[in-house]
Design a protein around this ligand. Structure first.
Ligand SMILES: [Zn+2]
Length: 184
């Protein structure tokens, strides 16, 4: 499955999750009201609101990007998950460097959707950009992927930590190197 398809299906899962657990009423927005109802899943509502924000921010970012590089783009599809195929189709004729930029955004969003759904297994398959070893772990408190190689530290002796954007950039660069090696 290619990255755009995978990003689309992961976003579709988030949309589906939100449909099944909608925010129903004003009491659902309160952190304190759930305290008197111990049987309720107290985290449900804030998570749902975060998912709604996440979905719309993702779609908006792709739409803005596409309109910047192609002012004559087709109308934005209504289905959130369809925005990936739409973005790729409407940026197909841009220069190679621009397509890599697009691929980095799509790949980063794929990682973001997984993290948003609590699936951190998307992180370990990446090499650390500094020491090139495997062993990156997602650290929720930092919102970053941290290198677990004890010798891989910055000038302050702290473990190196990477944004999803950096991991996506590295991934797309390595894919393009593999492609150009095959082409020669
Ligand atoms: Zn490292």
């Amino acid at each position: 499955m290619d990255t755009a398809d995978d990003a689309a299906s992961r976003l579709a899962l988030l949309v589906e999750h939100f449909r099944q657990h909608p925010v129903t009423g004003p009491e659902g927005h309160s952190f304190t009201s759930s305290a008197s109802q111990p049987t309720r899943t107290t985290a449900a509502t804030p998570v749902n609101l975060a998912i709604v924000d996440h979905i719309s921010a993702s779609v908006r970012e792709l739409a803005d990007y596409t309109h910047t590089v192609n002012t004559a783009a087709d109308p934005l599809p209504e289905d959130a998950a369809a925005v990936y195929a739409w973005c790729v189709a409407n940026t197909r004729n841009t220069p190679e460097a621009e397509q890599q930029r697009r691929d980095s955004i799509v790949y980063r969003q794929r990682l973001e959707h997984a993290i948003c759904a609590g699936d951190y297994s998307v992180i370990p398959p990446h090499r650390c950009p500094a020491c090139r070893t495997f062993g990156l772990m997602w650290r929720v408190s930092q919102g970053r992927a941290v290198c677990t190689n004890r010798r891989c530290v910055d000038r302050d002796g702290m473990s190196r930590a990477w944004s999803l954007g950096r991991l996506a950039y590295e991934h797309v660069q390595s894919q393009s190197k593999i492609r150009s090696r095959r082409a020669t």
